[in-house]
Design a protein around this ligand. Structure first.
Ligand code: ADP
Ligand code: MG
Length: 274
């Protein structure tokens, strides 16, 4: 299905990928043993997409996450974020690219315990190195979207796991990153909170057009994405459309720009694995 896109930042079919990985391999040396955690993975994530990578424990998902996020170096192969090859950067530049262009969400939330939710979001923004001041209107919009408006004064220990993860998502989104990378974002949550967090990730994709890559061992969680990549023994073995695919979207979520954003993610994905 090809549709005319009206929303800003929504790509055409020819849009260049936010993440481009080519033949990525990571070998860990564990004593005398070598473990090939990721073997020859190639993929592309296009602007506006919500992609899930799903696979059993030990299949190499977190290693792939670290490679794509520039948190570890590949043994071979390459990664480009928003057109920039990690390998072309020194350590400081790589850190800068990461802070500027990637919003990380982790299983264990990783909020700073002594700061309030607001403080956690503010510090992430400060660290991102943006020159313009924090857009409080945008923060307000995000807190509304993530249903944490009344919780911003609280410290992480005063928040439920689900609330903490929603704060962590706000922290990731506040810098308007090129991509949100989430590793098992629902891994520490009960079903109810897990559903809420998945819904928030989906909303940020549809309503903000946020390009998102979520890694999970849970096929039900992965199903909300527009495109699902199946990982096994370090390789992407299969690709499927998820429930977030355009064909099921119109009317699925109320809102103005939601459907145009959503349909954009639908028509591109067959071309998106290289
Ligand atoms: P997943 O996130 O899918 O559970 P991982 O990427 O964590 O998978 O692990 C993939 C494989 O790599 C596993 O066999 C794991 O034991 C191994 N591995 C992960 N990290 C390291 C490490 N730092 N050193 C050695 N082996 C590792
Ligand atoms: Mg893992």
């Amino acid at each position: 299905m090809h549709v005319a896109f009206t929303m800003r930042n929504v790509p055409s079919e020819a849009a260049s990928p936010i993440i481009l990985a080519e033949k990525l391999t990571k070998v860990y040396a564990a004593g005398r043993l070598q473990v090939t955690a990721v073997r020859g993975v190639s993929l592309a994530i296009l602007p506006g997409e919500f992609v899930a990578i799903v696979g059993p424990s030990g299949s190499g998902k977190s290693t792939l996450f670290y490679l794509l996020g520039g948190l570890t170096q590949a043994t071979s192969g390459r990664v480009e974020i928003d057109g920039i090859d990690f390998a072309s950067l020194n350590d400081a530049e790589r850190t800068r690219l990461r802070k500027h262009r990637i919003g990380f969400v982790f299983q264990k939330f990783n909020l700073l315990p002594t700061l309030s939710a607001m403080g956690n979001i503010e510090i992430a923004y400060a660290v991102s190195g943006r020159k313009e001041p924090l857009d409080l209107k945008y923060l307000d919009h995000l807190s509304e979207l993530l249903s944490i408006k009344g919780r911003l004064d609280h410290r992480p220990s005063e928040l439920s796991g689900g609330e903490q993860q929603r704060v962590a998502i706000a922290r990731a989104l506040i810098t308007r990153p090129a991509i949100v990378l989430a590793d098992e974002p629902t891994g520490n949550l009960d079903t109810k909170n897990s559903d809420a967090v998945l819904e928030m990730l989906l909303k940020s994709n549809r309503e903000l057009g946020q390009t998102t890559l979520m890694i999970t061992h849970n096929p039900e969680a992965a199903a909300i994405a527009g495109r699902i990549l199946y990982m096994r023994d370090g390789e992407i073995v299969r690709e499927e459309k998820g429930n977030g695919h355009a064909s099921v979207l119109p009317g699925a979520l109320p809102g103005t720009i939601a459907s145009s954003s959503a349909s954009s993610t639908g028509s591109q994905r067959d071309a998106a694995t290289v």
